[in-house]
Ligand binder design. Structure first.
Ligand SMILES: *Cc1c(COP(=O)(O)O)cnc(C)c1O
Length: 386
């Protein structure tokens, strides 16, 4: 019987009794060792331990990549120094003249990369609201891929991954899914037909607001070879210590995701009763337009909540007044964070696009952590009070 995800987060696929050699490997260390080495001695000419130089591969990074690959049901995963490093490396598989259809509501840094760096490399983009628009009509002869987040950051739009994969494959395109918000604990896009999954490992996977990381997970052998060549050549692989931090974070992925989601559901219900809150956007709500699709393709609704206050002043006031909850960028850690997309995560998105996506100056984003829900609600209550 294949291992369940909670177990895989700790044990990979190792269920057989270890033979003596395997048990003695790493001195039987339960915590995977940090191989803080740049290079590796060869036992002889033409012989290798399997490792040559840490830009290519390092045992600690390799262990992390194996776990991520197992969690996302891929054939290979590469670990990079941040989510943006992962997305930037992935863009190197395209060539000048290639065209991508990308969701209009993406993480601000991804939009900045596409608009300022990828475009300079000759890659063209068409933005679409992939949850609603007729994406197939936007496909051109030069189109090579569709790039989505679901739910999107920060507006929580939900795209049907399976339906999008069918469109992509009818036209020989890759479907790329940024799975940061759900983590493989709740959603595994490769099972639904996606070709590539990317992650900001900084968020739920690492989970402790203490390191940056990024991942690309693929199924296709040719793509796997390309990515291995690119990581070796460009050198943005995740260092050993950071790999170890993510390995440690992933051990508790299941319990963190469950607890954070439980807290998020309670906070959402409470926010809905507040007069100064004009809108609560959470895919777990039955009135959310993506609720049905979410139920079909995800095992949960996650711990990200976007909400709107009645005035800009009120929104800014909440950011000033929170105590337990920290006003900070980032998400997916054990500590609850509140973010102001307008000036933080999405500051570099052109204002017109930001407003069109619904990121108004009254909009706040909450990444719910694993504290006690009542303590979090009490903090929000004092911050929302006039
Ligand atoms: C944070 C984030 C990124 C970028 O990842 P970094 O680790 O910060 O470089 C990409 N996509 C999403 C959805 C994110 O939230």
């Amino acid at each position: 019987m294949p291992l369940s995800i909670e177990t895989k987060c700790l044990h990979l696929e190792k269920t057989e009794k270890l033979d003596e050699a395997a048990a003695c490997l790493h001195y039987g260390a339960i915590s995977f060792p940090i191989y803080q080495t740049a290079t590796y001695a060869h036992p002889g000419v033409g012989k290798s331990t399997g490792f040559d130089y840490s830009r290519l591969q390092n045992p600690t990074r390799e262990q992390l990549e194996k776990i991520i690959c197992a969690l996302e049901h891929g054939t290979d995963a590469v670990a990079l120094s941040s989510g943006m490093a992962a997305i930037a490396l992935l863009m190197e598989i395209f060539k000048p003249g290639d065209h991508l259809i990308v969701d209009s509501d993406l993480y601000g840094g991804t939009i900045r990369l596409f608009d300022n760096v990828s475009i300079k490399n000759g890659i063209n983009f068409t933005r679409a609201n992939c949850a609603n628009d007729e994406v197939e009509a936007l496909i051109k002869p030069e189109t090579k891929a569709i790039y989505i987040e679901t739910p999107t950051n920060p507006m929580m739009n939900v795209t049907d991954i399976q339906a999008m994969a069918e469109i992509a494959h009818r036209h020989n395109l890759l479907l790329i899914v940024d799975n940061t918000f759900m983590s493989p604990y709740f959603q595994t896009p490769l099972d639904l037909g996606a070709d590539v999954v990317v992650h900001s490992g900084t968020k739920f996977l690492a989970g402790h607001n203490d390191t940056l990381a990024g991942f690309i997970i693929v199924k296709d052998e040719a793509l796997k070879e390309k990515l291995r060549f690119l990581i070796k050549t460009t050198g943005s692989g995740l260092p050993p210590f950071d790999s170890w931090l993510v390995l440690r974070g992933i051990k508790t992925l299941a319990v963190r995701m469950e607890k954070a989601q439980e807290n998020a559901a309670k906070i959402v219900e409470w926010l809905k009763t507040q007069k100064c809150v004009t809108k609560v956007i959470y895919p777990g709500l039955s009135e959310h337009p993506g609720h049905k699709v979410m139920k079909k393709q995800s095992r949960g609704f996650g711990a990200m909540v976007t909400f709107r206050l009645n005035t800009v002043e009120k929104a800014l006031n909440v950011l000033e007044k929170v105590r337990l909850i920290k006003y900070a960028e980032s998400l997916g850690g054990v500590e609850t964070l509140i973010t102001y997309p307008t000036t933080q995560t999405h500051a570099d998105v052109p204002e017109e696009l930001r407003l069109k996506n619904g990121i108004t100056p009254e909009t706040l984003r909450l990444s719910v952590g694993i504290e006690n829900a009542d303590d979090l609600i009490a903090d929000l209550a004092q911050a929302l009070k006039d």
